[in-house]
Structures are given as C-alpha cells and as structure tokens.
Design a protein around this ligand. Structure first.
Ligand code: CA
Length: 227
C-alpha cells in the first residue's frame, strides 16, 4: 500500500511518514499542490492524504482536478480547525473523508484503514461498487448516482445504459448494439431512443453536455464511455 502525502509542514510530514512507514505503508510526499497533483496523476497510489492550505495550488483544486481527470484514488483531506464549511466543499469536490488538525495519529490510521477497505482500487474491480468519473460517483450496488456530492435521479433505463457503457468502457457500441444490450430484443424502441437517453445522461452528468468528456460520440459508429 502506497500513500501520497501532500503537506507543506515539514514537522507533520516527518511525523506522519515515520508512523505510516512503521505501520507498513510506503509513503511519498509532496510539499505543494502542483507537485502533489503531478505525483497523484502518476496513479500508483492507494490513498492520498491532502492538506487544504498548500503553496501553489490548494487542496480543493487538487482534489477537483484529480476527479475531473478520472483519478478515483481515495482522498483524505486535512483541514484546519474551524473550517466547517470548507469541509463540505472538500467532500463535494471529490475528497472521501476529512480530518481536522490537530488530530491523533490513531484517528488518522483508523480513517486510512476505512478508506482503503472501501476503495475500489484495492479489490481489482471484483467488488468495485463505487465508480467515479469527473465529479460523479456511482454506487452500482445501491443504484445511487451523485454529482459534486448531490444526489442525481436517473431513470431505470438511464442507469442501465450508463452501467453498460461503464462496464464496457473504452469500447465503441453502435445504437443497435446498445438497444439489444440495454433495452433487449423484445422491446421496440428505435435507435433514436438511444440518442435521447444518451442526451439525458450527458445533461445530468457531464460538466459540459455539449462537449461531453466521458459519454462520447464516435462519429459514424455510435457511443463509448471514455475513462
Ligand atoms: Ca498547510
């Protein structure tokens, strides 16, 4: 298990690194937001501990950028005392949990353990119940979708279509294939139905539905989920 620690206080880096290493983790640290973002985009971490107040780029912006780029690594945010509103903002921007400074190291270890248990990265996809892209998070088991922390209501067909696209992400699907796979042979919808549902999904989930980043059109062929 490798942890990325993005923190600018040398004392805290030292203390936390020592303790995490003694617990069996590998630790890499970055002392400003830009370096942290760059390291995190490398994608080899199981967890990111991210301070909010950082030089060059703050923790919120780092979390948001990572989620927008499709990095799903769990993020534990460190906030200063009394930043209650900021905690909510941090969670909306893609952090998974937060801890207020000063904290007990034991509390930190408990949070880390809980996040790693929940992490889809750890289970090689077998038990990947929560899938994230951009600021969207999907709990397949509960059929719950949220964007920026807010619940999004999808119809059963929208959810089924989204699930299928994500399960087969990277592959291009024609409208007919999607009709067969998602609606089934017995249904009598037209390929236009697929287009309409794709448009609704984009409207609900994409940052910019006119220029979708994830639910993409492959001209002349169909659709694919890119992530
Ligand atoms: Ca700081």
């Amino acid at each position: 298990m490798t942890i990325l620690l993005v923190e600018d206080e040398p004392g805290l880096i030292l203390t936390l690194t020592d303790r995490l290493v003694s617990e069996g983790f590998e630790v890499e640290s970055a002392t400003d937001g830009l370096a942290g973002l760059k390291a995190a985009l490398g994608g080899k971490f199981d967890l990111i501990i991210l301070d909010v107040m950082l030089p060059k780029k703050n923790g919120y912006d780092v979390a948001r950028d990572l989620r927008q780029k499709g990095v799903a690594t769990p993020i534990l945010m460190l906030t200063a005392k009394g930043e209650t509103i900021d905690k909510v903002l941090g969670l909306k921007l893609g952090a998974d949990d937060y801890l207020t400074k000063p904290f007990e190291v034991l509390e930190l270890l408990a949070r880390i353990e809980a996040l790693l248990r929940r992490s889809p990265n750890q289970t090689n996809g077998i038990n990947a119940e929560v899938f994230r892209f951009g600021s969207v998070s999907i709990d397949f088991k509960r059929a719950e979708v949220s964007k920026m922390g807010e619940r999004i209501d999808l119809s059963a067909m929208e959810f089924k279509l989204l699930h299928y696209l994500i399960d087969n992400r990277g592959n291009v699907h024609s409208r007919d294939q999607l009709l067969d796979a998602v609606w089934g042979y017995d249904a009598m919808p037209t390929t236009r139905t697929v287009d309409v549902h794709i448009a609704w999904l984009r409207q609900k989930l994409e940052e910019n539905p006119r220029h979708p980043q994830f639910i993409q059109t492959v001209h002349g062929l169909g659709y694919k989920f890119a992530a």
